[in-house]
Write a protein that binds this ligand. Structure first.
Ligand code: RB5
Length: 212
């Protein structure tokens, strides 16, 4: 079974969604005029380990994730894509597709805008260090992107900072550790309370600075 669907991103560009469930390889060829992305349709979702992903942000519906990397981050992104597939978590890969050099800000802003626009609840960005991706994504109004290379920070990025996006560096963390980090982030949700006040202050600073 190899199903396709179409949607557009926030700039009206076509995204081809490809059901890769039970496909042996994650590498996909781009169709003309399309960027190829990946998804798991509801009927093909595999069992999700308990606690692997909080779905409270969508009232019990599955959370959708936008994924992106530059060419340096591509190998680790592919590892994370495969892991998401194993977990049965729906995602779309916004590139890079191959080792052709691509500037990390171009990918970071694409993922961040999709999350800002509500098309995806969360985003994952991978470059060499995770730093350039986070710096860029945080320029998009309302986005809180955190570079995380350990499980505790990943958990706090959700619970304390309500980070919709995490970034990682393929030159910083290995594949198995990265999967542990990802699972910690996916299994956490914003705790609200005093943290809500603090996150509101981040937004206030952002608005003040943008108005200058
Ligand atoms: C390569 O451009 C490298 O700078 C990039 O992958 C990332 O590490 C930037 O922060």
């Amino acid at each position: 079974m190899f199903a396709h669907a179409e949607q557009t991103d926030s700039r009206g560009r076509a995204i081809r969604l490809v059901n890769i469930y039970r496909q042996p390889h994650l590498s996909l060829a781009s169709g003309a005029g399309h960027r190829v992305a990946l998804f798991l349709s509801a009927e093909h979702k595999v069992a999700r380990p308990s606690g692997a992903l909080s779905s409270s942000s969508r009232g019990g519906q599955a959370t959708r994730i936008a994924l992106g990397s530059d060419d340096i981050g591509l190998p680790l992104k592919n590892v994370l894509a495969e892991y998401l597939t194993e977990l049965g978590i729906e995602f779309v890969d916004l590139g890079a597709r191959d080792e052709t050099p691509v500037d990390y800000p171009d990918i970071a802003v694409a993922v961040a805008r999709e999350v800002r626009d509500g098309k995806f609840e969360r985003g994952i960005l991978v470059c060499g260090t995770g730093l350039g991706m986070a710096i860029t994504a945080n320029k998009v109004r309302g986005i809180r992107a955190a570079t995380v290379h350990d499980a505790y920070s990943a958990e706090r990025a959700r619970k304390s900072n309500d980070a919709q996006i995490i970034t990682m560096g393929s030159r910083v963390i290995g594949p198995e550790a990265a999967k542990t980090v990802l699972q910690a982030w996916l299994g956490s949700d914003f705790q609200g309370g005093n943290s809500a006040r603090k996150v509101s202050k981040i937004s206030a600073v952002e608005e003040q600075e943008l108005a200058r």
